[in-house]
Design a protein. Structure first.
Ligand SMILES: Nc1ncnc2c1ncn2[C@@H]1O[C@H](COP(=O)(O)OP(=O)(O)O)[C@@H](O)[C@H]1O
Ligand SMILES: CCC(=O)OP(=O)(O)O
Ligand SMILES: [Mg+2]
Length: 402
């Protein structure tokens, strides 16, 4: 490794590449940024919150090349000791993070149809990084790994068992790296022992999911075989009656392919409001009297509360409800509306604590009289990815030397 090695963490999403450079010794972020609007005319890069700069090349390779250039400007290229990639779906092939080899890339490709918005983009990031950082060890960290502890009753669908046996149809769950990090932090914030603890985590971003964490392990989660099940999301519908989809297909003559696009890209907050998938836009629109924005937000909230309550049933005790993700960390409105619907648990937020800005970091937001504590914990998937990359990278380096 270099004298002051760093870990580059890459999260290639459906239209953006989020990246962080972390000090390998402390795992503190030295630099973060986003290349957004990938594969569109307006593709840009912004580093450490700076003004966006247009990308010369608009594709994933172009975005990764722009990130490499930013590292070069800061004389960091030769310090990159490891690259950690967020990979959404690992299927049943990967229950843990792994070093990336050609075989691993092939295996990730095999499961990619199950997370089409994410995995193909994730793989583009891996391939571009291999070109730009030749010889640097890369590590894959899967959203699905943390949920490998689900019991059959939590991961099976009520379908004929042969679909599971013959086709591997089952629930996997996603956002595992975030749920893993947030549940660890929550135990220290709320001062509860891992061995006897029960938490419900609400990761609310563009994609959104709930996770029940019992004694440090995921025991239930709202996403399924693909990242479509569960909550209403930015553009995804979440839970929907298959009978409704079949009815729509019969009435409109739309194919499975058409409907897959509708449920993944045209539904959720966007589809309900007819306005935007971005919660900030919808909150403002509601404030300005936009009725469908209000309806979209209230539907989003109702589903979150229903899933939080349902997930509590997988725990033996409820020590806390924790909000994270772009919405969970920043929207006092959503947190308040969700808490209002959880009165059955004796949950009450403290208005002032809930009104603190996202920049306030980890914080308890419930009233002292609340029967269950509620907290906000900013997620840090990048740190978890860097830690996994370092752990696997060290093992690999030791094996090379031996
Ligand atoms: N200050 C804020 N108030 C309300 N919503 C916010 C705020 N900041 C970000 N969001 C919302 O967070 C969502 C994006 O969350 P994020 O976790 O960044 O998504 P991703 O799944 O792409 O990682 C968007 O709906 C955005 O509007
Ligand atoms: C794959 C899980 C998911 O929805 O991720 P996202 O929140 O980054 O879209
Ligand atoms: Mg995210």
């Amino acid at each position: 490794m270099n004298e002051f090695p760093v870990v580059l963490v890459i999260n290639c999403g459906s239209s953006s590449v989020k990246f962080s450079v972390l000090d390998a010794a402390s795992c503190d972020a030295l630099m973060t940024g986003i290349a957004d609007g990938v594969n569109t005319e307006s593709a840009f890069i912004s580093v450490n919150g700076s003004e966006p700069v247009k990308l010369a090349r608009k594709d994933y390779e172009g975005a990764l090349a722009a990130i490499a250039l930013e590292l070069e400007k800061r004389d960091l290229m030769s310090s990159v000791a490891l690259i950690g990639h967020r990979i959404a779906h690992g299927g049943s092939l990967f229950s843990e993070s792994t070093l990336i080899t050609d075989e691993v890339i092939d295996q990730i490709r095999q499961v990619s149809p199950l997370a089409p918005l994410h995995n193909y983009a994730n793989l583009s990031g891996v391939e571009a990084a291999q070109q730009l950082f030749p010889g640097v060890q890369q590590v894959a960290v899967f959203d699905t790994s943390f949920h490998q502890t689900l019991a059959p009753q939590a991961y099976l669908y009520g379908l004929p068992y042969r679909f599971f046996e013959e086709l591997g149809v089952r629930r996997y769950g996603f956002h595992g790296t975030s749920h893993r990090y947030v549940s660890q932090q929550a135990r220290s914030l709320l001062n509860i022992p891992e061995a006897d603890s029960g938490l419900v985590i609400a990761h609310l971003g563009n994609g959104a999911s709930i996770c029940a964490v019992r004694n440090g392990h995921s025991v239930d989660t709202s996403m399924g075989m693909t990242p479509l099940e569960g909550l209403v999301m930015g553009t995804r519908c979440g839970d929907v009656d298959f009978g409704a989809m079949s009815w729509i297909a019969q009435q409109t003559g739309q194919t499975f392919e058409d409907l897959e696009r509708v449920v993944n890209k045209e539904s959720g907050l966007l589809g309900l409001s007819g306005l935007s998938s971005d919660l900030r836009t919808l909150e403002k629109a509601w404030h300005d009297g936009h009725e469908r924005a209000r309806l979209a937000i209230e539907t989003f909230v109702h589903r979150i509360a229903r899933h939080i309550a349902g997930h509590a049933a997988s725990l033996h005790r409820l020590d806390g409800v924790v909000f994270t993700g772009g919405i969970g960390e920043n929207s006092k409105l959503i947190r308040q509306l969700v808490a209002d619907r959880l009165q059955v648990f004796g949950i009450r937020l403290d208005e002032q604590k809930n009104a603190q800005p996202g920049s306030a970091g980890e914080r308890i937001i419930s009233a002292d009289t609340s029967r269950v504590p509620c907290a906000v914990i900013p997620t840090n998937e990048e740190k978890m990815i860097a830690l996994d990359a370092l752990r696997l990278g060290k093992v690999h380096l030791a094996a090379e030397i031996a």
